[in-house]
Design a protein around this ligand. Sequence first.
Ligand code: NAD
Ligand code: UFG
Length: 336
Amino acid sequence: MNILLTGGAGYIGSHTTVVLSQAGHNVVILDNFCNSQKSVLDRLQSILGKALPYVEADVLDAAAVEKALRDYQIEAVIHFAGLKAVGESVENPLKYYANNVQGSISVLQAMKAVGIKTFVFSSSATVYGDPQYLPYDEKHPTKPMNPYGWTKLQVEEILHDVSISDPQWKVACLRYFNPVGAHESGLIGENPSGIPNNLMPFVARVATGHLPKLNVFGNDYDTKDGTGERDYIHVMDLAEGHMAALTYLENHPGWHAINLGTGIPVSVLDLVGAFEKVIGREIPKAFAARRTGDLPVYYAQPERAKALLNWAAKRSLDEIAASTWKWQQTTVKTER
Ligand code: NAD
Ligand code: UFG
């Protein structure tokens, strides 16, 4: 299948590129590189043994998206392109609504003009908001707690309306939990610019000595060790989930919201412990106040993905830590 990956040069898109290409699909990346580097394309070439076509464009430019769809005879789109920093979305909501919501509309308009109706969307567990019960299943009420989360929910709603307007549309809204880890080659992974907000990249930078210590935000939650618990999913499992979703959509038109998580809550100290085991030494850390806006715990009910997509996360926390460390040692160290 010929598949366009908007935001395909980013963290999750690059891993999905590998999975789809190695399965024989023809992947075309469309990215404006606002949060990724072109060197990713060379590293993808090293993994895949061939160069991939890419289009440097903004998804807001519907004409450029339409041209890419026609030039490469695209049959399905996976829409990763978006901004994802929760704090920045609170400070600058218009930037987030414009890029994430208008950007999605623009891609959908281009698809409509060309007649392509298969769409996989990068949604997020953040659409659920304050847990009424756990684990979150897909029927859990949705009430995001910040503008970033609202952009995801609004796009889900737009997609729902589009799929009702024309029953030939095939739409999967994949609600990711916490993606972590890297490809086993160590050539692609997550390397945010500036000081990381998220736990895994922060831990990695403490491990490499670029940051002095980890602040553990809260050790008085009602969890097994007092620290926050999340559902950390290996990015390669997540990437495989996208391929499973595309396969499912082939015979299942309509709109589908599907959690992609492990179903296993993991604490901050569990995750740090797994990393310490891999590097063979302690990560300097200190307990600090709770971070504003953090939920104590949330994790996925992953049964729908299993039932519909025949997909389940299979990689362990140890594999997550080991691949993250290999990525740091192989690539981040030389590129920073
Ligand atoms: P990322 O920032 O690494 O990748 C996003 C890519 O999109 C980048 O390469 C960026 O340059 C590109 N991009 C952004 N705006 C664009 C635009 N207007 N036009 C063209 N390209 C544009 O992020 P990621 O972690 O790979 O996330 C991918 C998607 O998954 C995002 O939509 C994000 O909101 C969603 N998501 C991520 C997480 C997470 O924790 N990483 C969790 C849930 C959902
Ligand atoms: N944490 C620390 N210290 C740090 C960073 C994080 O203790 O320096 C803790 C947090 O308090 C939380 C856990 O590690 O308990 C995970 O925090 P992350 O920031 O890695 O992840 P979140 O679950 O808070 O947020 C992530 C993404 C959001 C997304 C959300 C839901 O950052 O974009 O998952 O999918 F909306």
